[in-house]
Design a protein around this ligand. Structure first.
Ligand SMILES: [Zn+2]
Length: 409
């Protein structure tokens, strides 16, 4: 990889994402030591002593951020997908050993290297679309050794590919078979054994749980949040996906980074999130794949001033999606987000959902020089197209990764 050092990226249109799109036509950005040191019109760019990188008339956005994924896992569930489309019921699939436990079995059986080998191509698919930061959750190991294996593999993704990885411990994702009928005992193991050990190994940036009738109760989730708080770790929550469990109020009470899914979120939950500054992470891939019909209350969230993020939720059961651009399109088509909201949802607001908004998410002086370069006519193109990738280059901390190819010449 070539070190750009002190460089001026010029001949570009900027969507800085500061106050809406924050458009700067015919703009330039100067970077030094991986940070943005100047942003403005090309004519005024301080070019002395810097290498010039010609953007070829591309649009530059902040590097995209996928702030909710389960992208490290073994196996997939296309067999269930096919069986169900051929008429099998959920019960028949479950009796045949399907569902989340099939992913748990495959993930437990895989070595760390095998887990990594299967996960890297999925991550690469996101990176090709301008993603520079990705959150990766555990939650298919459900015992200390297997959760540690998942989180170590996630950290290695960040070491092997040009992407920053935020890791989230999701031990409270599902009840493992060895704890059948003893959910409270399992939560005890999550809080007293798994989380402290994984945090001590430096594997946990945030703590998450699945608060749902088929997941864990509000009281069990609160025990997990208490354990996280004791370790000084921020929390987030899979909340209100299938029913209103008042999870949004709970995560807001812990000043959580985000509440995610939210299809069944009520007005009280919206108000609690607004008061706490908790981000709403919208996951249209799961809604689409499950053919759900209850959309999250986008208008209420918007009116309350809750920041809206958009993510892939990449997972083998309900959202086998590795395109952040398609997630943006779905957020617009299915839930009527504007293209500007969708782009903010994968940049400035996604950064906030990871607690990294001081460092990434906008093109502003002082932030890390993570950018995506696009051969597009206007920023709305990113949400508009389906299955088309106009990314022409990615810059990680000032380093131009892909050679830029422009069709404009
Ligand atoms: Zn999820």
């Amino acid at each position: 990889m070539r070190q750009e050092g002190d460089a001026v990226f010029t001949n570009l249109h900027l969507a800085t994402m500061v106050g809406g799109y924050g458009e700067q036509r015919d703009g330039a950005v100067r970077v030094a030591n991986g940070r943005i040191v100047w942003v403005g019109p090309r004519a005024g760019a301080p070019t002395a002593g810097a290498r010039i990188v010609d953007g070829g008339g591309c649009w530059m956005t902040p590097g995209l951020i996928d702030c909710h994924t389960h992208i490290v896992h073994a196996g997939n569930r296309s067999d269930e997908f096919e069986a169900r489309l051929n008429g099998a019921s959920y019960e028949e699939v479950a009796r045949a050993g399907g569902g989340i436990m099939s992913t748990v079995r495959a993930t437990r059986a895989a070595s760390e290297g095998e887990l990594l080998r299967q996960s890297l191509p999925r991550v690469a698919s996101l990176l090709a679309e301008g993603v520079t930061t990705i959150e990766i959750k555990s939650g298919y190991g459900l015992d200390l050794a297997s959760e540690a294996k998942m989180l170590r593999a996630a950290r290695r993704v960040g070491a092997m590919l040009p992407v920053d990885v935020a890791t989230t411990f999701l031990g409270a994702h599902a009840l493992p078979p060895e704890f059948a009928g003893r959910a409270d005992d399992y939560i005890g193991a999550v809080c007293e054994q798994m989380l402290p050990a994984l945090a001590a190994e430096g594997l946990v940036d945030a703590v998450d749980a699945f608060c749902e009738r088929i997941g864990f109760s509000n009281a069990q989730t609160e025990r997990v949040f208490e354990a996280a708080a004791k370790l000084g770790l921020p929390v987030k929550l899979h909340a209100e996906q299938l029913s209103d469990q008042r999870g949004a109020q709970l995560v807001a009470r812990y000043r959580g980074l985000s509440a995610d899914h939210l299809e069944h979120l009520g007005e009280e939950g919206v108000a609690a999130m607004a008061a706490a500054g908790t981000v709403a992470v919208l996951l249209p891939g799961a809604y689409y794949f499950l053919r759900d019909t209850t959309p999250p209350p986008v208008a209420l969230l918007r009116a309350a001033g809750v920041a809206l993020a958009v993510a892939t939720d990449c997972n083998p059961g309900t959202s086998p999606l590795t395109s952040i651009l398609l997630a943006m399109n779905m957020a617009c088509t299915l839930w009527r987000l504007s293209p500007q909201e969708a782009l903010a949802g994968c940049t400035v607001h996604a950064a906030r959902a990871l607690g990294r908004h001081a460092d990434i998410g906008t093109i502003e002086v002082g932030k890390r020089a993570d950018f995506a370069l696009w051969d597009i006519a206007r920023p709305a193109d990113l949400s508009y197209a389906m299955g088309f990738n106009p990314c022409r280059g990615v810059v990680n901390a000032g380093v131009l990764r892909a050679p830029m190819v422009s069709w404009r010449d």
